[in-house]
Design a protein around this ligand. Structure first.
Ligand SMILES: O=P(O)(O)OC[C@H]1O[C@H](OP(=O)(O)OP(=O)(O)O)[C@H](O)[C@@H]1O
Ligand SMILES: Nc1nc2[nH]cnc2c(=O)[nH]1
Length: 183
Protein backbone atom coordinates (compact mmCIF):
# COMPACT_ATOMS: atom_id res chain seq x y z
CA UNK A 1 0.00 0.00 0.00
CA UNK A 2 1.27 3.47 -0.76
CA UNK A 3 0.12 7.05 -1.31
CA UNK A 4 0.34 6.92 -5.12
CA UNK A 5 -1.86 3.87 -5.25
CA UNK A 6 -4.41 5.57 -2.98
CA UNK A 7 -4.50 8.58 -5.33
CA UNK A 8 -4.86 6.29 -8.36
CA UNK A 9 -7.87 4.61 -6.74
CA UNK A 10 -9.44 8.00 -5.94
CA UNK A 11 -8.98 9.28 -9.49
CA UNK A 12 -10.79 6.23 -10.81
CA UNK A 13 -13.91 6.82 -8.76
CA UNK A 14 -16.89 9.15 -8.54
CA UNK A 15 -19.04 10.52 -5.71
CA UNK A 16 -22.45 8.91 -5.40
CA UNK A 17 -23.56 10.27 -2.00
CA UNK A 18 -22.55 13.66 -0.54
CA UNK A 19 -21.41 14.24 3.04
CA UNK A 20 -24.59 16.25 3.73
CA UNK A 21 -26.76 13.36 2.52
CA UNK A 22 -24.84 10.93 4.75
CA UNK A 23 -25.42 13.16 7.80
CA UNK A 24 -29.12 13.63 7.09
CA UNK A 25 -29.70 9.94 6.48
CA UNK A 26 -27.97 8.89 9.70
CA UNK A 27 -30.13 11.36 11.63
CA UNK A 28 -33.29 9.81 10.13
CA UNK A 29 -32.06 6.30 10.85
CA UNK A 30 -31.35 7.23 14.47
CA UNK A 31 -34.95 8.41 14.83
CA UNK A 32 -36.26 5.10 13.48
CA UNK A 33 -33.96 3.14 15.84
CA UNK A 34 -35.08 5.27 18.80
CA UNK A 35 -38.74 4.56 17.99
CA UNK A 36 -38.08 0.82 17.72
CA UNK A 37 -35.84 0.10 20.69
CA UNK A 38 -35.28 2.97 23.11
CA UNK A 39 -37.08 1.04 25.89
CA UNK A 40 -35.07 -2.18 25.37
CA UNK A 41 -31.65 -1.30 26.83
CA UNK A 42 -30.09 -2.86 23.70
CA UNK A 43 -26.58 -4.14 23.26
CA UNK A 44 -25.18 -2.27 20.25
CA UNK A 45 -22.34 -4.06 18.47
CA UNK A 46 -20.19 -2.37 15.84
CA UNK A 47 -18.50 -4.51 13.19
CA UNK A 48 -14.87 -3.42 12.98
CA UNK A 49 -13.31 -1.90 11.05
CA UNK A 50 -15.77 -0.81 8.31
CA UNK A 51 -18.46 0.36 10.73
CA UNK A 52 -16.15 2.70 12.65
CA UNK A 53 -17.23 5.90 10.88
CA UNK A 54 -20.93 5.00 10.74
CA UNK A 55 -20.84 4.04 14.43
CA UNK A 56 -19.14 7.29 15.42
CA UNK A 57 -21.77 9.29 13.57
CA UNK A 58 -24.82 7.30 14.71
CA UNK A 59 -24.11 6.60 18.40
CA UNK A 60 -24.37 10.21 19.66
CA UNK A 61 -27.90 10.34 18.16
CA UNK A 62 -28.99 7.28 20.17
CA UNK A 63 -29.73 9.25 23.32
CA UNK A 64 -31.26 6.43 25.37
CA UNK A 65 -29.75 3.79 27.69
CA UNK A 66 -27.74 1.17 25.81
CA UNK A 67 -24.55 -0.88 26.08
CA UNK A 68 -21.88 -0.66 23.40
CA UNK A 69 -19.25 -3.19 22.28
CA UNK A 70 -17.62 -4.34 19.05
CA UNK A 71 -17.06 -7.49 17.05
CA UNK A 72 -14.67 -8.11 14.19
CA UNK A 73 -14.96 -10.43 11.26
CA UNK A 74 -13.88 -10.10 7.68
CA UNK A 75 -14.37 -11.87 4.38
CA UNK A 76 -13.11 -9.31 1.84
CA UNK A 77 -9.70 -8.53 3.37
CA UNK A 78 -8.81 -5.45 1.27
CA UNK A 79 -10.02 -7.05 -1.96
CA UNK A 80 -13.14 -6.10 -3.92
CA UNK A 81 -14.61 -9.64 -3.93
CA UNK A 82 -15.87 -11.53 -0.91
CA UNK A 83 -14.42 -14.94 -0.25
CA UNK A 84 -16.35 -17.88 1.13
CA UNK A 85 -14.21 -18.03 4.23
CA UNK A 86 -15.45 -15.83 7.10
CA UNK A 87 -12.71 -14.97 9.53
CA UNK A 88 -13.73 -14.07 13.11
CA UNK A 89 -11.16 -11.87 14.82
CA UNK A 90 -13.25 -10.75 17.80
CA UNK A 91 -16.37 -12.82 18.52
CA UNK A 92 -19.40 -11.50 20.45
CA UNK A 93 -19.05 -11.65 24.23
CA UNK A 94 -21.30 -13.91 26.33
CA UNK A 95 -23.27 -10.78 27.35
CA UNK A 96 -25.50 -11.12 24.25
CA UNK A 97 -27.60 -13.72 26.12
CA UNK A 98 -31.22 -12.55 26.66
CA UNK A 99 -30.46 -9.14 25.12
CA UNK A 100 -31.95 -7.18 22.26
CA UNK A 101 -28.89 -6.81 20.01
CA UNK A 102 -28.42 -4.17 17.32
CA UNK A 103 -25.48 -4.76 14.97
CA UNK A 104 -24.02 -1.81 13.03
CA UNK A 105 -22.12 -2.26 9.78
CA UNK A 106 -21.10 -0.07 6.88
CA UNK A 107 -22.55 -2.17 4.05
CA UNK A 108 -24.73 -5.17 3.47
CA UNK A 109 -23.81 -6.55 0.05
CA UNK A 110 -24.46 -10.29 -0.40
CA UNK A 111 -25.51 -10.39 3.25
CA UNK A 112 -23.25 -13.31 4.13
CA UNK A 113 -21.38 -11.34 6.79
CA UNK A 114 -24.51 -10.08 8.57
CA UNK A 115 -26.17 -13.50 8.33
CA UNK A 116 -23.13 -15.12 9.99
CA UNK A 117 -23.27 -12.51 12.75
CA UNK A 118 -27.03 -12.99 13.24
CA UNK A 119 -26.69 -16.78 13.42
CA UNK A 120 -23.92 -16.58 15.98
CA UNK A 121 -25.69 -14.00 18.15
CA UNK A 122 -29.00 -15.87 18.14
CA UNK A 123 -27.20 -19.17 18.86
CA UNK A 124 -25.66 -17.46 21.90
CA UNK A 125 -29.14 -16.75 23.27
CA UNK A 126 -29.95 -13.19 22.22
CA UNK A 127 -33.64 -12.32 22.64
CA UNK A 128 -33.85 -10.32 19.41
CA UNK A 129 -31.46 -9.44 16.57
CA UNK A 130 -31.64 -6.27 14.49
CA UNK A 131 -29.18 -4.77 12.03
CA UNK A 132 -28.47 -1.23 10.87
CA UNK A 133 -26.26 -0.51 7.88
CA UNK A 134 -25.17 2.71 6.24
CA UNK A 135 -25.77 1.14 2.82
CA UNK A 136 -27.29 -1.86 1.21
CA UNK A 137 -26.09 -2.87 -2.23
CA UNK A 138 -28.79 -3.65 -4.81
CA UNK A 139 -27.77 -6.94 -6.39
CA UNK A 140 -29.58 -9.58 -8.45
CA UNK A 141 -28.74 -12.46 -6.09
CA UNK A 142 -31.10 -13.49 -3.25
CA UNK A 143 -29.81 -12.48 0.19
CA UNK A 144 -30.00 -14.45 3.44
CA UNK A 145 -31.35 -11.32 5.22
CA UNK A 146 -32.26 -7.67 4.70
CA UNK A 147 -31.23 -4.88 7.09
CA UNK A 148 -33.76 -3.59 9.62
CA UNK A 149 -32.43 -0.03 9.25
CA UNK A 150 -30.64 1.26 6.15
CA UNK A 151 -29.25 4.65 5.17
CA UNK A 152 -28.87 4.22 1.39
CA UNK A 153 -29.43 1.70 -1.33
CA UNK A 154 -26.37 1.75 -3.56
CA UNK A 155 -25.93 0.33 -7.07
CA UNK A 156 -24.09 -2.91 -7.76
CA UNK A 157 -20.65 -1.28 -7.90
CA UNK A 158 -17.75 -1.31 -5.47
CA UNK A 159 -18.33 1.60 -3.09
CA UNK A 160 -16.06 3.21 -0.51
CA UNK A 161 -15.73 6.12 1.92
CA UNK A 162 -17.52 6.62 5.28
CA UNK A 163 -15.59 3.68 6.75
CA UNK A 164 -15.61 1.50 3.63
CA UNK A 165 -12.30 0.84 1.95
CA UNK A 166 -11.24 0.53 -1.67
CA UNK A 167 -8.18 -1.74 -1.81
CA UNK A 168 -7.46 -0.79 1.79
CA UNK A 169 -7.67 3.00 1.23
CA UNK A 170 -10.09 5.87 1.83
CA UNK A 171 -12.12 4.69 4.82
CA UNK A 172 -11.65 8.28 6.05
CA UNK A 173 -13.72 10.01 3.32
CA UNK A 174 -16.90 11.85 4.43
CA UNK A 175 -18.67 10.94 1.15
CA UNK A 176 -19.59 7.64 -0.50
CA UNK A 177 -17.85 7.00 -3.83
CA UNK A 178 -17.93 4.21 -6.41
CA UNK A 179 -15.01 2.83 -8.41
CA UNK A 180 -15.04 3.53 -12.14
CA UNK A 181 -13.13 1.72 -14.90
CA UNK A 182 -9.38 1.38 -14.54
CA UNK A 183 -9.17 1.51 -10.75
O1 LIG B 1 -22.73 -8.54 2.76
P1 LIG B 1 -21.38 -9.09 2.46
O2 LIG B 1 -21.21 -9.41 0.98
O3 LIG B 1 -20.99 -10.24 3.33
O4 LIG B 1 -20.32 -7.91 2.68
C1 LIG B 1 -20.42 -6.98 3.71
C2 LIG B 1 -19.15 -6.94 4.54
O5 LIG B 1 -18.02 -6.63 3.73
C3 LIG B 1 -17.25 -5.63 4.37
O6 LIG B 1 -16.37 -6.18 5.30
P2 LIG B 1 -14.91 -6.73 4.94
O7 LIG B 1 -14.94 -8.22 4.96
O8 LIG B 1 -14.44 -6.06 3.68
O9 LIG B 1 -14.06 -6.23 6.16
P3 LIG B 1 -13.77 -4.70 6.63
O10 LIG B 1 -14.90 -4.32 7.55
O11 LIG B 1 -12.48 -4.80 7.36
O12 LIG B 1 -13.71 -3.83 5.41
C4 LIG B 1 -18.28 -4.80 5.10
O13 LIG B 1 -17.70 -4.09 6.18
C5 LIG B 1 -19.28 -5.84 5.57
O14 LIG B 1 -18.95 -6.32 6.87
N1 LIG C 1 -15.74 -1.18 0.81
C1 LIG C 1 -16.65 -2.06 0.41
N2 LIG C 1 -16.81 -3.20 1.11
C2 LIG C 1 -17.72 -4.07 0.64
N3 LIG C 1 -18.07 -5.27 1.14
C3 LIG C 1 -19.01 -5.76 0.32
N4 LIG C 1 -19.27 -4.92 -0.68
C4 LIG C 1 -18.49 -3.85 -0.51
C5 LIG C 1 -18.31 -2.63 -1.23
O1 LIG C 1 -18.94 -2.32 -2.27
N5 LIG C 1 -17.38 -1.78 -0.71
Amino acid sequence: MNREEALHVFRHSEEIVSAAEVNASIGRMAQAIRTEMSEDFPLVLSVMGGAAVFTGMLLPHLDFPLEFDYIHLTRYRNTTKGGSEMQWRVAPAESVKDRVVLVLDDILDEGETMAAIRDRILAMGAKRFLSAVLCEKLIQKDKPLRPDFCGFQVPDRYVFGCGMDAKGYWRNLPTIRALTDGA
